[in-house]
Design a protein around this ligand. Structure first.
Ligand code: ZN
Length: 96
């Protein structure tokens, strides 16, 4: 098998951010936090903003999935749940 160049993987991911193979996460320097989900931290400015978001986040329990997360007040729902809600999932896990 011929290994695909990294550029094509990066472009593919840009089109579909939900497809992130687990092994690639570290290689691509993608970071996860609970407010916004995955970040493609690209350059020092974005790195600084990412750190700021992390600093402002406080420990919270997600209102939807009840996971222990870190969110910027007044956020009460983690990134996974925000995405799920955007896709039309029920507002409460117990509604599944
Ligand atoms: Zn959640």
């Amino acid at each position: 098998m011929i290994e695909k160049p990294r550029e094509s993987a990066k472009r593919r991911r840009a089109h579909d951010p939900s497809v992130i193979p687990e092994g690639e996460t570290l290689k691509m320097a993608a970071e996860y936090e609970d407010n916004f989900g995955y970040w493609d931290v690209d350059g020092p400015e974005e790195r600084a903003f990412f750190k700021l978001v992390q600093r402002r986040s406080v420990h919270a329990i997600c209102e939807r999935c009840e996971q222990s997360v870190r969110l910027i007040p007044p956020k009460t729902v983690c990134a996974c749940c925000v995405r799920a809600l955007e896709c039309g999932a029920p507002a409460s896990i117990s509604d599944y």
